[in-house]
Design a protein around this ligand. Sequence first.
Ligand code: UD1
Ligand code: UDP
Length: 358
Amino acid sequence: MTKVLTVIGTRPQFIKAAAVSRAINEHGGIKEILLHTGQHYDDVMSDIFFREMDIPKPDYHFSINTSTHATMTAQMLEGIEQAIIKEKPDKILVYGDTNSTLAGALAASKLHMPVSHVEAGLRSFNMDMPEEVNRILTDRVSTQLFCPTEAAMQNLQNEGLATTDKTVVNTGDVMYDAALYYAKQASQRSTILQQLGISHDKYLLATVHRAENADDKERLTKIVNAINTLAKQYTVVLPLHPRTKKMIEQYHLSLSCMVINPVGYIDMLSLLQNCHLVLTDSGGLQKEAYFFHKYCITLRDQTEWVELTKAGCSTITGADEPKILQAVADMYDKPFRNGSVFYGDGHAATIIAKHLAT
Ligand code: UD1
Ligand code: UDP
């Protein structure tokens, strides 16, 4: 029996862990201990995912004071270290590129524990992003690197990390597994369209939460202006991340679109499946737009999901208001073309479980 201690703490990590935990159970021979760092803590950012997606109750759940990155990461490190010492797992499993990811990887490597990294190899080549630092450091100390794409494999090759003492494998993307599995449930269970009084194909779906946008007054103002301009012509639904909500208030900005609280994954999938197109700075949503054959306008200056921009499924606009408006105009009536398979076949989690058991 392989004992795996999984470290998660943010909304997308709950979604990814739901897919992998299910595959771990189906595989057998692995005991998973779940540790929630507490990075995300509001019900709509955390507990709702555990309830709706049948994720087991975490064995450890910390409460952290989310002040600065260093304080947050340090608080997580302490707790994770204690859990590792107590549980004596065979490996530590981490997801993505958040502070929770880095804390898990660092605590493990200080105790000479093997680290398995889901979403390894992604790069934006922008070291100003906290996520870029987190993912580079995590990849460096990982022994099992599960890449979601060919581009991620290539990045690890280029950095000399694809060595024989490590497992570096293109598993496909566990978010695709999750989207396929829960989309069926979303069409049966979600009533979000009725609740909001919106209908299929008649609205744009937007999210904004990246530090580079939310914490930069000039960029956030331009994005808010673009959304407000679009809202004069279209229904724009915006589930607002608490970080962005706080900064919009702080900068005295105001949104005139349909602003709603963050929603659970089931409602989010329904919003995604039924929208006309997506505007986002989220990593996850760029791909989910593609999974559901929607064009994506990416409110960032670069992306880790380069295959989408190369294929013309996503357009990078940054926070440039005229570019955002032009991209919507260009894409609104264009039929979606989707010829390539970028993210595996929906069985990434099964491949990961197999490797975790070794
Ligand atoms: C974090 C990740 C980001 C990921 C995102 C997923 C890092 C550096 N960033 O960004 O990569 O895309 O999660 O959503 O790890 N807040 C609440 N309630 C919550 C959670 C957050 O009010 O439940 C507010 C707090 O004011 C907090 C702020 O949002 O200070 C930012 O939260 P934090 O977890 O630091 O970063 P995210 O923007 O969520
Ligand atoms: N998501 C959600 N509810 C929301 C907004 C996003 O369930 O109100 C989901 C979204 O569908 C995706 C994941 O959360 O699966 C992405 O999270 P986020 O954008 O916070 O982080 P990122 O992917 O950029 O790290």
